[in-house]
Ligand binder design. Structure first.
Ligand SMILES: Cc1cc2nc3c(=O)[nH]c(=O)nc-3n(C[C@H](O)[C@H](O)[C@H](O)COP(=O)(O)OP(=O)(O)OC[C@H]3O[C@@H](n4cnc5c(N)ncnc54)[C@H](O)[C@@H]3O)c2cc1C
Length: 377
């Protein structure tokens, strides 16, 4: 391959940031990396919950992309408007990029409009703007029925709706309005963390202890302006406050590129290659048989880095993506538990649950600070 190899990475989230950092550290001089994102800052997913409950401000949790100073990496704040995976050509609102290797890490878009009535009657909390809006509403909530609802089958961070329920319970208790409120969690998932009965049971026990009711395997189909949510099985849920994890979709530019099948990009689960030569995809935008999570996007990006380093420099055959991650879970009263999961290495996923501990809280803080240092330092 002619040097320097032109690598264009679309999306500077967990996947794009990890990949560009690794390529800079290990292939500087041999690659020219262009990292493109429409935003001007990265925000950890879990920071949105901290913003929503008033623990941090949006300004506190933004990591501006202008801080990226990595040899061989150029960040461009532009919006991708078309992707031609055959020619590896990308058009943005500001220019055209031809790549030798193209990596799509554009994440999942949210589609609140896909659930009739949600936009008028409910609030999504999965975007920074949505979380910031809920932060403004919560201090004025004087008690009533709260519904926390997952509205689609594929969504980012399976524990996040439960973390939201625990944090809301604490918040309303602190404000003295929990007794006059109900919290009901509705989700199409059969259990909180399907790969781990131990973690799921611990979460359900904590919900029950806090009198947070839950309906699993339940789909909300629409909301009325009279503040009633309709469930597919005919049940109706009146609410005063509706907090939603909206339906997720691949960004339209990805769908229009022809890269998707059934809505998401199919990839070889071991190398993250797509059916187009020298085009890879990582993270939430793929249909890899793993959950949508930052730690997964990061692990996949690291595997793509190994594959590209091998392709450009030679050396040992890279190990396939193992799907081995640690997920930290807010379990109420500011405690943090964790689950070590291995999705792909064995015949079936394995999981090891560690109940809340001060060590897990320290590890989560370290997780964030090491990424801040590695991606922006
Ligand atoms: C409330 C909440 C809590 C979470 N907690 C955790 C957690 O504790 N642990 C964990 O591992 N994960 C967590 N997640 C999930 C995690 O944030 C995502 O799974 C992760 O960000 C996916 O990484 P990604 O690189 O695939 O996509 P993203 O990080 O979403 O990055 C995609 C990027 O593409 C950009 N983009 C999209 N379209 C365009 C376009 N047309 N042009 C230019 N740029 C574009 C976007 O601006 C974005 O920056 C949480 C998510 C939420 C919402």
């Amino acid at each position: 391959m002619r040097l320097p190899v032109r690598i264009v990475i679309l999306g500077a989230g967990f996947g794009g940031l990890e990949l560009s950092s690794r390529l800079s550290a290990e292939l500087a001089g041999e690659v020219e990396v262009t990292l493109i994102d429409q935003g001007d800052a990265f925000i950890f997913g879990f920071s949105k919950l901290a913003v929503m409950f008033g623990r941090r401000t949006l300004e506190d949790v933004r990591l501006p992309y202008r801080r990226i100073a990595k040899p061989g990496v150029e960040f461009r704040q532009e919006t991708v408007v078309s992707i031609d995976p055959e020619r590896k050509r990308v058009v943005t609102n500001a220019g055209t990029y031809d790549a030798d290797i193209l990596v799509v890490a554009l994440g999942a878009d949210l589609a609140p409009e896909a659930t009739p009535g949600l936009v008028g009657a409910g609030h999504e909390f999965y975007t920074p703007e949505g979380a910031a809006r809920v932060r403004e509403i919560l201090p004025h909530f004087e008690g009533g029925n709260v519904v926390i609802a997952v509205l689609g089958g594929f969504f980012k961070c399976p524990p996040a709706p439960y973390e939201t329920a625990f944090m809301l319970h604490d918040y309303l208790t602190r404000r003295g309005v929990r007794e006059g409120s109900s919290i009901h969690l509705v989700t199409p998932m059969p259990k909180p963390i399907p790969v781990s009965d131990e973690t799921s049971n611990a979460i359900v026990a904590l919900l029950d202890e806090r009198d947070i009711t839950h309906s699993h395997s339940s789909w909300i189909t629409s909301l009325d302006s009279t503040k009633v949510a309709h469930i597919k099985d005919g049940r109706e849920l009146p609410f005063d406050l509706f907090l939603a994890v909206p339906v997720h979709r691949a960004p339209p530019v990805v769908v229009e590129s022809g890269l998707t099948e059934d809505g998401w990009i199919p990839v070889d689960a071991k190398t993250l290659s797509t059916r187009f030569t020298d085009v890879y995809a990582v993270g939430d935008v793929t249909s890899a048989p793993v959950p949508r999570a930052g730690v997964i996007a990061e692990g996949e990006a690291s595997t793509v880095a190994d594959v590209l380093i091998n392709q450009i420099k030679g050396g040992p055959t890279p190990a396939p993506f193992a799907g081995e991650v640690i997920c930290y879970i807010e379990m109420g009263d500011s405690t943090i538990g964790k689950v070590n999961v291995n999705f792909l290495s064995g015949p079936a996923p394995t999981a090891l649950f560690t109940p809340p501990s001060p060590e897990a809280a320290e590890e989560k803080a370290l997780f964030a600070s090491t990424r801040r240092q590695r991606w922006f330092g």
